[in-house]
Each structure stands twice: as C-alpha cells, then as structure tokens.
Unconditional design. Structure first.
Length: 409
C-alpha cells in the first residue's frame, strides 16, 4: 500500500522460518517503539544518522519505551558537539547516564542554533547474554532525549518487522501525543512529494486515521489497483485549524497522515480458515502466537459449554412445567373425574338446633332440624321443613351429591 503524499517510507516484511538467532534493526520511526511526552520532532536529514533520520525531544517528560523478546540489545546514536546525555535502563535495573557528547569538540556557543552531530551513529549502549524472554528498554530525559536506531537479537521470527526510511523530505513531523490518535502518536507531512510504502503478507489491510476540523485528504493505493482519494475532514465542525475531533478509526492530497495500519495474516501451519488481525502502532508490542488449532479447540470448548448450558436449562424448564401442572391439579381437583356414588371425603353433616322467640304471642317455640341422607335399595327419605318425615319417590340419579340444607324452621 502506497501513499503518494508521504515522503516517509515505512516498510514491513514478515520473514519466513529461520533457524537460529538473528538481529532485527529498528529505525526511530518504527511503530514498535513507544514515544512518551511531547515535542518529539524528526530532525532534518543528515548523512551521519543511522538511516539518515533521527528523533529528538527537549520535553523533560519525554521517554522512549521499547519492548522486545531476545537475548541482546544495542542502542545506536551519534555524538554531538555540545552536551547531550540520556538516562537508559533495562527492565527493573537502575538507570545509568549515557553521555553522547563528543569530547574532542569545542564547547558550543548556546547563542547559536544547535549544530548537527559530528560523529557518525554507532553503538553507544549494549546488553548481551540476556535471558531469552520479554525485556523492556527505557530511555529517560537527561538534557535531551534522542533516538537514532535500535537493534535486538532474537530467535523468535514470528511477526518480525523491519522498517526502512529512504525518504529525502524534511517535512515529516511526529505529532504530540493525543488521546484521539490510535496508540497515542501520529506522523504527518504537508510535502506533496511525500509517500509511505507498507509491504505485508496477509489477506486484509486497514488504514487508521483520525478526522480533522479542516480539509485533509490523502491518497491510498494497494498493489496495482487505482488510487483512492481519502477525505479525512470532519464535516460536522467548522473548517478551522486544530487538533483532531474524531477518534482514530479504520478508514480507506493536501496532507499526508499515518496513524496506524492493521493487516490480517494467515498462519502457515493453520488447518482452519481463521486469521489474526495485527495492529501496527506504537503501543502494540504484543502479537498473538496462538495457532488455528488452539482457536478450534477454544471454539469446541465454548460450543460444548453453551450447548450443555442450554440443554440443562431446557431440562429444568420441562421439570418445572410438570411440577407446576401437578401442583395445580392437587390445588384445584377436577370434579368431573369423581365417580357418581362416591361420597365427598370428610363430608360433615351438620346438626342444627334453632330456637325462636315470638315476641308478639309471648310463647316460645322449640324446633329441631335434622338433616340426613339415607340410602337403601328401595327409597330415599329426606327431612323436610318442620321436621315432618315424608316418604318421597327416589329422585333421578345425579352425578352430583347435593349439599345438605341448613335453615331454621
């Protein structure tokens, strides 16, 4: 993918399998290097710099943080005709002073602009014999913070990135960190001859950039496909200079911008069609090393867990429905299923005594009402009102047992 408005050229190649240790060289523009603090600038091109370019900052909070996996580490920098020093440290060790001043030059007159370096870039600090694992190199502000190139030795050739800067423009700037940048940093140029080339092996590529409150366009091209003009202007705000207004997102000129690039690769030992996205920006220092077999295993495990959970919930639901129906039947008996001649369980036949005083005659009448149900082979007798025992013909059989009468005579 080439951007025709960048002077800065970013090159990435994914190496094939290599046995044994090898060195990886990172220029100051590497996305694997994290720059902390403000006022980071890319200096003018100079032939004494490693790769002809250089980053520096005069911000007291400026730091360089680089995470790597390997057994050795080398820091490259020029020597300067004035006092330049940094503090460097590896992992949790104490920091040490790194003097980058050329002792054979005369003292620089501070009233003049800072002169360029006078000794070519070379190894100024190194550590070898490290344990093969994850390490962190940190550079802390002394009176400047400067970085030319880093080299580390590793046996892990997965996702190794090589960055080359063969630009000739002096217009590239590393912007101050901003939360809307992807990874916190951003590079830009207004030089119409600037371009950046990113080579990758994969099946997809994504270009990240913020949106701006003024007219910003850039041009993208993938392989030999036609060029595509990309509008990065935030049309929801007035056109005026300023910081970005929309967080860096995946998007597909007058300005050239590089925030982050994401590409998708397919592992060579993959037995499935899954792919891993890889982000390339300052804070992305860890890459996935799991293969598609582990993805398939995890998918099977997750699928089994989900299936078992759903099945268990269905079983619980069925059991709950059965218990609910059974409890409902016990609470509300189905009277239609009771046999005709079966007595109601625990039926209480009331024996009622009633007394009434006739206030008008002054006499008192005692009456007794007895309610009973007599059943034999020939007839049924019912106690009628007033207690007169009269034989009645057998009533038409009913499926219901009549309730006992209860009233005063």
């Amino acid at each position: 993918m080439k951007q025709t408005v960048f002077l800065f050229v970013l090159f990435l190649s994914c190496c094939g399998g290599v046995w044994g240790a090898f060195n990886v060289t990172l220029e100051e523009s590497s996305a694997m290097i994290q720059y902390v603090g403000n006022k980071w600038i890319k200096t003018d091109k100079f032939n004494l710099f490693h790769g002809s370019a250089h980053y520096r900052s005069e911000d007291k909070t400026a730091q360089v943080v680089f995470n790597f996996t390997g057994t050795a580490f080398y820091f490259y920098e020029c020597l300067w005709p004035f006092e330049v020093c940094n503090y460097v440290k590896l992992d949790d060790e104490d920091s040490v002073v790194l003097n980058l001043t050329d002792p054979e030059t005369e003292k620089w007159d501070t009233s003049d602009p800072p002169p360029p370096p006078n000794v070519p870039s070379d190894i100024r600090s190194q550590r070898t014999g490290l344990s093969d694992g994850q390490h962190t190199f940190t550079m802390i502000f002394g009176n400047y913070t400067v970085l030319d190139a880093l080299v580390y030795t590793t046996e892990d050739n997965k996702d190794v990135a090589h960055y080359y800067d063969d630009s000739t423009s002096e217009g590239w700037n590393l912007n101050d960190p901003h939360p809307l940048y992807n990874g916190g940093n951003h590079a830009s140029s207004t030089d119409v001859t600037a371009s950046a080339t990113f080579n990758f092996t994969g099946v997809a590529v994504y270009y990240h950039s913020s949106l701006w409150p003024f007219r910003v366009t850039t041009v993208l091209q993938l392989d030999d496909e036609p060029e595509e003009v990309l509008d990065l202007y935030d049309h929801s705000v007035p056109n005026s200079p300023g910081l970005p207004t929309v967080e860096s997102i995946i998007t597909i000129g007058s300005n050239a911008l590089v925030d982050a690039i994401t590409y998708t690769k397919v592992l060579s030992d993959s037995t499935a069609t899954s792919s891993d996205p890889t982000d390339v920006f300052p804070e992305s220092t860890e890459t996935s090393s799991s293969d598609s077999g582990s993805h398939s295993s995890q998918a099977a495990t997750i699928g089994g867990a989900v299936g078992g959970t759903v099945g268990g919930l269905l079983v619980i639901a069925v059991i709950g429905a059965i218990l609910y129906q059974r409890n409902r039947k016990l609470s509300y008996p189905d009277l239609t299923s009771r046999p005709t001649n079966s007595p109601i369980a625990n039926l209480i036949t009331p024996f009622v005594n009633s007394s009434r005083s006739d206030s008008t005659t002054g006499s008192s009448t005692q009456a007794q009402t007895v309610t009973s149900i007599m059943t034999d082979s020939t007839s049924s007798r019912y106690m009628r009102k007033g207690g007169h025992n009269v034989a009645l013909s057998r009533p038409t059989p009913s499926r219901w047992v009549p309730p006992p009468p209860s009233y005063a005579a």
